[in-house]
Design a protein around this ligand. Structure first.
Ligand code: AMP
Ligand code: ZN
Length: 136
């Protein structure tokens, strides 16, 4: 994809701080880290998001991510790590070449916002469950 910043990194047209690569994946430090060691894991082939990527590629990305998370833990000795993927603008996706974030955390860093938990009634759970189970 000619206008994709991560494809440009893969092509060597934009510099990156590469940590690891293999036949299918490329791993590099986020250029604008939210915490120390914030790292991105991408497939070498351009897939837009969670809905676009084939299941086997997704599985492999997760496997590589776990390996990278362990290396980050050895080096950074963090207290925890967020492992996430944003699909869609509403979910915060800004680069439309699927990527996983590894986002190291230290106690009290307040580096990521949380959500406000709600307490829906029984109809919410029963209605939604019925609709979703049919699709699975
Ligand atoms: P998302 O908001 O989930 O799409 O995440 C995109 C991530 O890509 C952000 O954390 C950015 O900081 C990061 N990013 C954008 N451009 C670059 C770049 N050229 N090199 C490395 N990371 C980048
Ligand atoms: Zn791309």
């Amino acid at each position: 994809m000619s206008d994709c910043v991560f494809c440009k990194i893969l092509a060597g047209d934009i510099p990156s701080h590469k940590l690891y690569e293999d036949e299918h994946t490329y791993v590099f430090l986020d250029a604008f880290p939210g915490t120390k060691g914030h790292t991105l894991i991408i497939p070498k082939k351009h897939y837009e998001d969670l809905f676009d990527i084939p299941n086997d590629q997704m599985t492999y990305l997760v496997q590589v991510s776990q390996k990278v998370a362990k290396a980050l833990r050895e080096v950074l000795n963090f207290d925890g790590i967020n492992f996430f993927q944003n699909t869609g603008t509403a979910a915060g996706q800004t680069v439309f070449h699927i990527h996983f974030h590894l986002f190291p955390r230290w106690s009290g860093d307040n580096a990521l916002g949380g959500w406000s938990a709600t307490t829906p009634d029984k109809d919410y759970f029963e209605g939604l469950k019925k609709q979703l189970i049919k699709m699975l």
